[in-house]
Design a protein around this ligand. Sequence first.
Ligand SMILES: Nc1ncnc2c1ncn2[C@@H]1O[C@H](COP(=O)(O)OP(=O)(O)OP(=O)(O)O)[C@@H](O)[C@H]1O
Ligand SMILES: [Mg+2]
Length: 255
Amino acid sequence: MTAPALEIVAVSRRFGGLLAVDDVTFSIAQGGLSALIGPNGAGKTTLFNAITNLFPPSSGEVRFFGQSLAGLDGHRMAELGLVRTFQTARVFPGMTVLENALAGAHLHVRSHPVSQMFRLPAARAEERKLSEKASALIELIGLSAFRDAAATDLPMGAQKNLEVVRALMANPRMLLLDEPAAGLNDSETADLAALLTAIRDIGVTIMVVEHNMSLVMGIADQVIVLDAGKLVAIGSPAQIQSDPRVIEAYVGLEA
Ligand SMILES: Nc1ncnc2c1ncn2[C@@H]1O[C@H](COP(=O)(O)OP(=O)(O)OP(=O)(O)O)[C@@H](O)[C@H]1O
Ligand SMILES: [Mg+2]
């Protein structure tokens, strides 16, 4: 038996008097696409921040393929294969779309810095391979026409999709995506759904925070529901859609 990709064990995160994540326990098996849903303020981003130690858990533990993440920073987590994106797009200004994508790969450039400096053949071959991979992902997300444009010139939706591409360039074993579809139009959302499905199918484990229910129910294998910091349900999309606790958590939104 291999360890789950992610184990969240009795994780809480407190901000002053507010328990933003309240004793949450669940695990995510390797492979597959899990959606983390819940009303605004439910604690979804806080849980991502706790997993990635941006705002570490006040108590509890997170394990990634069996290894505790306690005390690790984002860089070290990326080396282990855990990569996240943020709710607000953060593309690098002053760089093209392709350069932004390539920036995600810097951890995995294996050539020695010296050979890179002198652009020795091994480094050049590696750069070319990375460029080809980045171009393929850029095409998959429908941004080929903008490959050499400044990333900040892209519409916001396209910038968010570019962030997913950049995260993928780090060769993650698991991706944490915080509302990747927020602000996307229908065609950008369809491109994103295709990209996420393709990544899942090559074995990358995905956990995605998402409010777009048709996207969630269309692509997720497992849905995790948070409300007021607490885990209220976990199950297949069909189970979740008929769960009275979930419907209750969403009553305000359905109206
Ligand atoms: N850094 C912080 N300092 C203080 N309070 C915070 C901080 N981050 C989040 N909170 C609070 O924790 C609660 C959960 O917020 P969080 O951003 O995790 O919700 P969310 O489920 O991601 O909501 P949304 O769907 O709106 O993104 C909110 O009450 C929020 O105000
Ligand atoms: Mg959030």
